[in-house]
Every structure is written in C-alpha cells, then in structure tokens.
Design a protein around this ligand. Structure first.
Ligand code: ADP
Length: 686
C-alpha cells in the first residue's frame, strides 16, 4: 500500500535527504455491500457533437500502425477505412502531409526516426547548431533577428523543459531575471507579479482559483443547467459542506426510484492535488464519519465504476491545452499527452477494495510508491505512456479513435467555455483595459478518464500541470535519484516549445509588417492570403523562420470550430454585461448601485417588479454567495451571483421557454436596451 512508502531516503543532485511521511488517501468508512453501476450517459447529445461527428481529430492519433494522416482536414472528412488503421506498414508521407509526432512514428515501426524528430534529449544540443541546408538563407536571416527574451527566473519545476525548448528555438534565456523588460515571463506557479507591465506571461490571473475543484464544479454546473446534454461529460457533483443535505436527499431519491442502483462516490478536498485526501464512499452517511467537512470544503462526485482498462489497469489521460488568448478566444490542443496507469488490476468498487488507492486512483504521485510501478524507457509501455500509444492500441482493436478525438476536442472547448466568463472578470480586474500590463497565455492540464464505451469524462483541469521531465529511480533500497524520463520529455518539451512558437512576439511583428506592405492588395486578396497562412504548417512554409523545427504539436481547435460551439457562450455574454456595469476598474464584484443601474438601463423593472424587489433580489443572492466563503476580499455581488440573478430574471420574463432560450432572449433584450441608453460604451458582443 501507498502508506508503506512513507519516509524514504532520497538522493537528488548528490544530496541525500529524508522525505517527510506523506498522508495518502485515507481509508473510507465501511459502507454497505456494493454492486456495479454506471449512471453517466453515453454519447453526447448536443448540437456541437452532431456537428463534430466525423471531424478530423486535432491531434492526429497515430492511426494504428497505418499510414499517417494529418488532422487538419475540415470537419466532415471521412474516417479512415479500417484496413488503413490496421495495416502494419510504415507510412509513406504524401506531399503536403504534416509529419506525425515522433511517438507515432515509432508506433509505426520507424523507431528513432520519426519525421517530427525527437523533441527530447536527442534534440537538446540541436538548437545550438547552425541551421542545416534546409534552413539555408532562412537560418541566416533568423540569426540576424534580435532574439526573443525569456525570463525563466520563476519557472520552478518547468525550468528544465523550458531550457531545452529555448535552446531549440535559439531564444535568449534570463535565468535570474532582467532589469530591462523581457518578451516573455515564464512562471512556474501563478500569474501574480505586479512588476510586469509589458510582454507576455504564461499564466492568466484567476486561473488557479477557477480550476479549483469547487469553482470548476460550479462553473460546469451553470453550463449543465443551460445545456444538460452538452455538459454530460462531467460527473454529477455536490459541493460540501453546503450541499450535503442536497447530496443526501438526491441520492435517497435516486435510490428510491431505482433500488438496484448501488452507487460509489469519490470525495475530493477542494484545492487538493496528487490524490491527497481523496477517498471513496458507498453512502452519503460515510462522509460524516470522516469528520472534517466543515473545516475542509470538498467536492463529492459520482465515481465512474466502469473505466476503460488497458492490461486490466485503470488509467487516465493528461492532455495539454493551450489557452492562447481569452479575447478573442483561441484554444490549441497538443497532439499527444500522457496516460497514467494504476498499478493494481482494477475491480469495480466493493467494500473490500474501496481503500485501495493503487487500484482506483491513477495519480502518478501515488502509484510511484507501488512496488508494481514500471518506469517507461520508451513511450509505449510502463506506468506512464504517451496517449498516442494507447490510441494506437485502441485503433488496432478497431476502436473509433477519430470519434474519440472529436469527443475530447468537444470536451475541452466546452470546459473552457465554462471557465472564460469568470476569467474575463479576473482579467479586467488585474489588467484593466487602457493600463500598461502584459498579455497572457496558459498551458492547462486536462485530466480525462475514458469510460468503457470510450466516452471521455472530465476529472479535473490543472492550472499548473507538472512539466517535470525527470523521475525518481531507486538506486538501492530507499535511495532515489532523479533520472530523465523519456516519455515526459517527449511530450512536455514539445508542448512548451510549440507554445512559445505560437506566442512568438517577433512572429506577430513580422505579420504586422507583412500586413503593412500588403496594404495595396485588395481586401479579398488579403483574406485569401490570411487563410492560406493559417492553414500552412509552420515547417512547410517557404518563409519559415524556424528552420529545422518540427511541425507544431499544438493544433488550433478554437476559433477553428467556433461555429459549432458559439451557441454555448451565453454566460460569456452575461459576464460582458456584468463587467460593463461593474463601473470601477479593478473590481470583481458588483455593488447595489451597479445592479440598480443595470436594472434601470435595461428597463427590467416594472409594476410587477419594483425597485424594492430588485434590492431584495440583490441582497438575497449576494448574501448567499458571500456566505459560501469563496472570496471575502471584496463585498458585493460576484459574477456567479449575478448569473443566478440573471437566470432568475430571465425565467420571470420569458416563462414557457427552456432556460437557455430564456437567458438568450434576456441577453438580447438587455443588450438592446443598454445600447439605447448609451452608445458610447461598447456593447457585449453577441
Ligand atoms: P487530484 O487533483 O487530487 O489528482 P483528481 O480529481 O484528479 O484529484 O482525482 C484523482 C484521481 O482519482 C484521478 O486521477 C482518477 O484516477 C480518480 N478519480 C477522480 N474522480 C473520479 C471519478 N469521478 N470517477 C472515477 N475515478 C475518479
């Protein structure tokens, strides 16, 4: 058991030290006898899913051991025929076809010679070398350009992967910071740094708060209220302690209506990570036995009992997603991710195995302490593998990996759509428009569990996914040393390097200059040029400023698929109204006057809804949200409370419609009214 792994001797960088004994997931109270169950519905039902069906995946799955195919086809492109997926021949790349990730190359039997080239250790020195013939003039031109400067002084555990990336890009690193401004600031933990007035930071303000278990659950629930079918990829969750009575009541009701339902729940402390404090229960009353829910808020969630197994083991997927910009929304997904495996064969939860963390929790940080943990020295085996290797196996078994990828893309876009409204509130507060400040981008880690039927379920989002590219290895009993981890390096270096390529400030400058020289070109021609540039793979571009670099491992999914998902962005539009009426720059909460102004400007009060009722609504909702103890720094109405009030008003005004139509109608109504009152302030976009 994991507990046995406590207090070990470690040796890092030559220094020996003893780790503190770590408390792992506590044992759950003894619940009643279990039975298997599975409640999460299969298959998405929404419009977006329908539109995405048949969409080519963002990350080209390795296509089994068949020919490589680029993932940039338009939605609706036909799936690969099964014989192509299962053929055993190495792929021959057709002209114009983008290279597969190195992992996929190896899957196809091109060991060590993937066309994308190893972005890992083998490539470490590569950045220093003069560009090869292929680079030629481009390389010389690139060498003359001022190099992009990166402050890595706060990179923490991502430092090693960042350094390799910077070497490959031949950018300039400032490991101890710099007195002059840098182009990019790479932070290992969070956004906060009041001394940055320009450039770009790799964190968004408020992201850490937004992806905490409780905040994420609330944000997703708001979307589930509006679009229940579209958001069925997140397990049903309750927030403790405030929703404990609701949890008890709902579970009782469901058991009454279906006596064969024998659920299991997973309790996760808010703000916890690496499986810390997580435990499984069979009945709501088991929570009481563990005591401290008042002192440690948590999310309790339906436990997914029937996960997809590989080698009889449960595993989850860590996918890297780049939020490149909030306004306009730009999302990229990495072609490859990691699969983290449990280390004991999976059994459905029962009284006997409920406490077995190595069977139920896929966290690397826990399973590394199991005697069964296998370090991978290639990317297709062991307890941590590339996701592409799993896809390869699945497709060789005939699974529809293309649909799986489109479901994953859909899950990622929808989750980010759920997060953006509040992120925008944080953003305008930390970096008010018109004041000097950096722009932001961020790599997020999406943890996804595949159900037996291949439906992806979101477990959580990490604002700070581990970018470590080494692992601990036991040299002799109890003595550990950090050694490079090829699988981590393969995936993570590519993600960091390509994130940097996408946010490259010089590329933007070059683009601007090109635009100026093209001013004489007609508008129609310009559009054509832009579209061409967006579709052309970086390394294939005849003017590529990055000779010798592989094609990007990050693929744009938004705005690329914006048309299919824009109808979900209702809360974004509510947030735009909220921000508009916030008034004072730098705040995140709406005062009573701001709320009254909103009601007045939008002409929402009438004989049935007096201003006194408006005040009561404001006080009731604000008080309840503030009593949940989320943020005591400011008084007033937070965005979530405003959204609740807005839904309330929408239901009042448009009685018989479904909620999302009520809300959409009220947004249109308010936007129109607010426009009439003043045209000087820009209205929320529709
Ligand atoms: P942490 O941030 O502590 O890692 P997670 O939400 O990622 O918390 O949960 C830890 C692990 O527990 C996951 O990696 C997964 O293996 C398992 N897990 C979490 N939620 C569920 C769920 N609803 N059903 C099944 N397994 C889950």
């Amino acid at each position: 058991m994991a507990e046995a792994a406590a207090a070990r001797h470690y040796r890092r960088g030559g220094a020996r030290r003893v780790t503190a004994s770590r408390r792992l997931a506590p044992r759950a109270a003894r619940p009643p006898a279990p039975l298997s169950w599975q409640r999460a519905g299969s298959g998405g039902g929404g419009r977006a899913e329908a539109a995405l069906r048949g969409m080519e995946p963002a990350g080209a799955p390795p296509q089994g051991c068949g020919p490589a195919r680029e993932a940039e086809e338009p939605p609706g492109s036909p799936a690969l025929p099964p014989e192509e997926l299962q053929g055993g021949q190495p792929a021959r790349q057709s002209p114009g076809e983008e290279a597969l990730p190195a992992a996929a190359g190896r899957e196809r039997g091109c060991r060590g010679a993937g066309p994308q080239g190893p972005p890992g250790r083998a490539a470490r020195g590569r950045g220093r070398r003069a560009p090869g013939r292929r680079g030629g003039e481009e390389g010389v031109r690139a060498a003359r350009r001022p190099r992009v400067t990166v402050d890595s002084s706060k990179a923490k555990t991502s430092l090693e992967a960042l350094k390799i990336s910077l070497r490959q890009l031949r950018w300039r690193e400032f490991p101890f910071g710099r007195r002059l401004p840098c182009d990019i600031y790479w932070h290992g933990v969070s956004f906060h740094d009041n001394n940055i007035f320009s450039g770009q930071v790799n964190k968004f303000p408020g992201m850490t708060e937004m992806v905490r278990k409780i905040t994420l659950s609330r944000a997703v629930r708001t979307m589930q209220d509006l679009f229940p079918l579209e958001y069925n990829f997140y397990p049903r969750s309750w927030i403790l302690p405030e929703e404990f009575p609701l949890f008890v009541a709902e579970v009782r009701m469901m058991k009454d209506s279906d006596p064969s339902w024998k659920p299991t729940f997973i309790v996760k402390p808010d703000g916890g990570c690496q499986g810390d404090g997580i435990y499984l229960i069979k009945d709501p009353s088991d929570i009481r036995l563990t005591g401290s829910i008042q002192s440690r808020p948590a999310v309790v969630q339906e436990y997914i009992c029937k996960p997809l197994l590989v080698d009889k083991l449960k595993f989850d997927i860590r996918l890297y997603v780049l939020l490149k910009s909030l306004e306009p929304l730009e999302i990229y997904i990495a072609k490859d991710g990691l699969s983290r495996f449990c280390t004991e064969p999976y059994q459905e939860p029962s009284l006997k195995n409920l406490h077995q963390v190595f069977m139920h929790l896929t966290n690397y940080s826990l399973n590394i302490h199991s005697g069964n943990f296998i370090h991978s020295d290639n990317v297709n085996t062991g307890s941590k593998r590339t996701f592409s290797s799993i896809l390869c196996r699945l497709s060789s078994r005939g699974a529809d990996v293309k649909k799986l990828w489109s479901d994953i893309i859909s899950l990622v876009i929808k989750t980010i759509i759920a997060l953006t409204p509040e992120l925008k509130v944080y953003y305008q507060s930390d970096i008010p428009a018109g004041k000097p400040g950096p722009t932001c981008f961020q790599i997020l880690g999406f943890d996804i569990l595949l159900m037996k039927n291949l439906k992806p379920m979101l477990l959580e989002v990490n604002a700070n996914p581990s970018m470590r590219i080494e692992h601990e290895q036991e040299l002799s009993p109890g003595v550990f040393e950090n050694v490079p981890s090829p699988v981590d390096e393969e995936v993570k270096v590519a993600v960091i390097r390509d994130t940097l390529r996408l946010v490259d400030p010089q590329k933007k400058k070059r683009k601007d200059t090109q635009c100026q020289t093209l001013e004489h070109v007609s508008e129609a021609n310009e559009e054509l040029l832009d579209a061409g540039a967006a579709e052309r793979p970086e390394s294939d571009s005849p003017r590529s400023p990055e000779p010798g670099l592989p094609s990007l491992c990050l693929k744009q999914v938004f705005p690329k698929y914006a048309k299919q998902f824009n109808y979900l962005r209702l809360v974004d539009r509510v947030a735009a109204l909220f921000i508009r009426f916030l008034g004072v720059k730098g705040t995140t909460k709406l005062g009573p006057t701001g709320f009254r102004t909103f009601i007045r400007n939008c002409k929402l009060s009438n004989s049935n809804f007096s201003m006194a009722s408006v005040d009561i609504l404001y006080i009731d909702i604000t008080r309840r949200w503030n009593s949940m103890g989320i943020d005591h720094k400011e008084s007033g109405m937070c965005l979530q409370a405003f959204v609740e009030a807005f839904f309330c008003l929408a239901q009042k005004k448009y009685k018989s419609l479904p909620l999302h139509e009520q809300v959409a109608s009220l947004i249109d109504f308010c936007t129109q009214r607010a426009k009439e009152v003043t045209t000087s302030i820009p209205c929320p976009s529709s």
